[in-house]
Design a protein around this ligand. Structure first.
Ligand code: BES
Ligand code: MN
Ligand code: MN
Length: 456
């Protein structure tokens, strides 16, 4: 291991230059205009894997973006890791808020700024470098590894459930390893044992056949923008509790040990509030901020569109109004069941003065696991070696749809070892990754394969 770690320390600067090349490919899965870039990114990923000595490297086509697969299975009798990550990234808008161009990795104050730096190319690349260090220094890996890097995570992993179901033998492993989440805080590495699920919708309201002069017609018809406001105001009560009938039926209560453990985490609501620039925090009453974001469901309005939004004033009654609405779900809520409850609720609360259409967009199941297995313990030891600190155990509010599919279809534990930070602007302008965490993460990953190899 000494040679492997020495190699990583020696090549620290080269890694950053290589990562910049990866970050330069605008693999935005949400935008059709970037389809060719997405494919080029898949090809770059597979090229890099072949270069570092992985075997059976290939692009596997799906009805959407290709999956990158590679493996190294030269350690018979040793456990097999299935590593999952994504090479696609979120759109960059609003572009004018970026201090340096989103697809030019730029180092400032020990952080590399670019779209995908933390989510997820930087974290995927960290594992590539750990693998490269082992293969180049010892000619082998301490355990078997299958790599499975997809290109549609940021658009809901639509084709992945089918893919996992139809490629079960190829993906068979003893443990899934994922680095696509955050550490609890700077200097507080963590292992994540729960993610929220997601149910995403678009709601379109139509009032009249055309926009109308608000003087001539105002007062005679319902205004869809106004009705939309009335409708969304009925999603939650004043205490932040969701009013959709049946919504909480399958919500698993927080265990009291869990609540007690989270109270021990170094978390300040005041600092959190100030960092966010919020005048007050708001959420479901009776729960702390960590409980609200990790263990309680929520309904959010992600976007609104209606009427005249340009400069100046225009007297108009808009013909249509639209909202993007998403719900974060927790165990054991099911996105399909929630969608049906939401449809039934809308049928009841949308007034007959408008027509409405609800379109279901992507979804994913929540996930939670026990963390008293030997793989999680192996990860905890590796993180301690890489970061010099014992990790804490957290849940997260974000969603990675395929994790529950892995649990269901492959029946093996997942270990979520993320090195992003909560303030690294994932999905926002000026996304970045701390280079110290990246470096420690390469070391921790190299130890992780060693530790898992030792579990044979
Ligand atoms: N890496 C994130 C998920 C994440 C964020 C996990 C923060 C833990 C902490 C992932 O790339 C993501 O953004 N997922 C989407 C899923 C959606 C597009 C289906 C999300 O959570 O919004
Ligand atoms: Mn991600
Ligand atoms: Mn993301």
């Amino acid at each position: 291991m000494d040679r492997v770690i020495d190699f990583i320390n020696l090549h620290r600067d080269r890694y950053i230059e290589e990562l910049k090349t990866y970050l330069a490919i605008p693999s935005v899965s949400a935008l059709p205009a970037h389809a060719a870039d997405v494919r080029r990114c898949a090809e770059w990923t597979s090229g890099e894997l072949a270069r570092i000595g992985m075997q059976n490297v290939r692009l596997i086509e799906t009805p959407g973006n290709p999956v990158v697969y590679a493996d190294w299975l030269g350690a018979p009798g040793k456990p097999t890791i299935l590593f999952y990550g994504h090479y696609d990234v979120q759109p960059v808008d609003p572009i004018d808020k970026w201090v340096s161009p989103p697809f030019e990795g730029t180092v400032r104050d020990g952080e590399i700024y670019a779209r995908g730096a933390a989510d997820d190319k930087g974290q995927v690349f960290m594992h590539f470098k750990a693998i490269e260090a082992h293969l180049s220094q010892t000619g082998s890996l301490p355990c078997n590894i299958k790599l499975f890097i997809e290109g549609e995570e940021e658009v809901g992993s639509t084709h992945l459930d089918d893919f996992v179901r139809t490629h079960k033998t190829e993906l068979a492993a003893d443990v899934v390893v994922i680095s696509d989440s955050t550490m609890f805080d700077r200097g507080v590495p963590s292992i994540c044992y729960g993610l929220r699920g997601l149910a995403y919708f678009q709601l379109d309201l139509t009032g009249t056949a055309s926009d109308l002069h608000s003087g001539s017609f105002g007062g005679a018809v319902a205004n869809p923008a106004y009705v939309l406001g009335q409708v969304i105001s009925q999603f939650k009560d004043r205490g932040g509790r969701i009013k959709i009938p049946g919504f909480y039926d399958d919500v698993r209560d927080l265990r009291s040990e869990e609540r007690a453990q989270w109270k021990q985490l170094p978390f300040s609501e005041t600092r959190y509030r100030k960092d966010l620039g919020a005048p007050r925090l708001f959420g479901e009453s009776g729960y702390t901020t960590l409980e609200r974001t990790w263990a309680r469901p929520t309904v959010e309005i992600n976007g609104l569109l209606s009427g005249f939004t340009g400069e100046g004033a225009k007297t108009v009654i808009p013909a249509v109004a639209m909202a993007k609405i998403s719900m974060r779900l927790v165990p054991d809520q099911d996105p399909d069941k929630i969608a049906a409850q939401f449809e039934a609720y809308l049928a009841k609360i949308v007034p007959k003065t408008v027509q409405y259409k609800l379109t279901r967009m992507h979804g994913g199941k929540p996930w939670m696991t026990d963390f008293d297995n030997r793989y999680v313990q192996a990860a905890a030891r590796s993180i301690e070696r890489g970061f010099g600190k014992v990790p804490v155990f957290t849940r997260e509010g974000g969603s990675i749809p395929v994790v529950s599919t892995f649990q269901q279809e492959l029946g093996v534990p997942s270990v979520l070892f993320g090195v992003g930070l909560p303030d690294e602007n994932a999905h926002a302008p000026n996304e970045k990754l701390d280079l110290g965490n990246f470096h420690n993460g390469v070391i921790a990953s190299a130890y992780l394969y060693q530790e898992i190899g030792g579990l044979a």
